[in-house]
Every structure is written in structure tokens, then in C-alpha cells.
Design a protein. Sequence first.
Length: 267
Amino acid sequence: MNKINFTQTGGVPFTNNVAAEFEKAYSIFNAYGALAGDKTIISGCIENGDEVSEGFIYLNNELFYFEGGLKSDNIFLSEINIDKVFEDQTTKTLIKIRTLKFGNAIENVWDWSDFYRIKTIKELQEDLKDLQEKQVITEAKLAIFEPGYTVFPFFRPVNEVPPGFAPVWNIAGRTIVGLDPNDTDFDAIGKLFGSKTHQLTVDEMPRHRHGTNGNTAPNDSGVGNFANGSGSEVNTKLYSDYEGLDMPHNNVQPSIVANYIEWVGLN
């Protein structure tokens, strides 16, 4: 920033060039407004019912004083010229007072609703701290969304799988069972077991027997035997007729079909 040293002896010359330096000096403050962005309320402009207090607004790369007043839909740029008589006795505009105020004009009019209030640095720091804390929680929650970590049932066709996800085909036709380290059937992640159908073995059948009718006669030992119809007593094993078709039974619990998908990331 340039500096003007007025604290000197000998009579400091006050010229047009010196005045121009004044303008340069305070125009630098417009750079601070650029940090906030266009159409921002830098300070003041507090709404209280239908009234809005005075304040400062950054607009079109300039920092303006806002007069405040009765709130309306629009604000405009008010320009008031102050004329002075110069040394050559001509009257010229020396000062131009430019402020923003509520109302309408032919040009340089803006919607009041387009202006927004910036937060202080302290408020922004508090927001940043809150976001960082939330980010830690979010990252912890999203840690499971790695390829091969988690799958989701998706009740739409494969060609409608959203970007970033892909079908998981090694689960096709299967259900998912929780890990149980104490059960040899369920003691390893990714272990495959079970079948869609099952045919009972003899050991799996319920213990049962079938009755039949026949003639018996005692033998020498007094044990009853079935008679063969010829008068001779012999031990004879009788069988009932075969029943059943020896078909495997359905081994599937009530189910609903869906595509399984997993997060694979965006390219």
C-alpha cells in the first residue's frame, strides 16, 4: 500500500495528484469485499419487521454504504452529485455520493432477495470444526463401502444398477447366513454349503414300521412263525408294497428374488 507523509515541515503541497492517491488508498478496501463475493452483506442490514438497518454491501466489485429503511423488493444505486466552484470560477461536480437504498430506478436495480449475509471468520471456523467432526463419523460409516465388503439387495434389473455399483454374481441363487465360529458349517466367511433340493437317506427317515396280516403256527421252540400254506412251519419275512416316488424334496425356505450389488467406486 502506498503511503503519504503529511507530517513534514515546509508546507506540504496538496495537489490533484495527492488527492488521487487518497482515492487509490481507500479503493483498496474493495479487495476485502471480493473475499466475500458479489451481492454480499458485509455488515449491518439487520431486518426487524418491515425495517432494515443501515450497513455495508459488496456489489459489482465495490463496497457500498447501504442506507437501510422500509424494506421493499428491490434496491438501487443512488448517486448524488455535489458541485463546487473551482478557482477558475467554473462550477463542477466535485463529490459523487453513491449509496444503495430500497426503491426502484431506471437502471442499476437489484432484487433484495439476491443478497446474502456472510458469516464471520469465527462462525466459519465453528462450522469447519463441526464439518470435520461429522466427516470423521461419515468416513467411519462409509468404511464398509469397499468392493467385497458389503452387498445390497437391488430390486431392479441389472441394466438399471446405478453408477458406482456392480452386480455380485457369486451370491446368485444363495441366501446369506451369519458367521458362527462354533459351527463347522458356518465357521468361515465365503464358505459355500447347502443345496436347493435334498433326497432323504434311510438314516434321515422317521423311525417307523408297516404291519401286515398272515397265518402263524408255533415251532418246536414255541416261537410263532408265519405259515407258508403247505402245513410246514418256516420263518418267512414279509414285505408291504412299495410306496412313494423316491423324489428329492424342495429345500428352499420362502424367498424373494433380488439382484445383489456392491459399491465399486466411480471412475
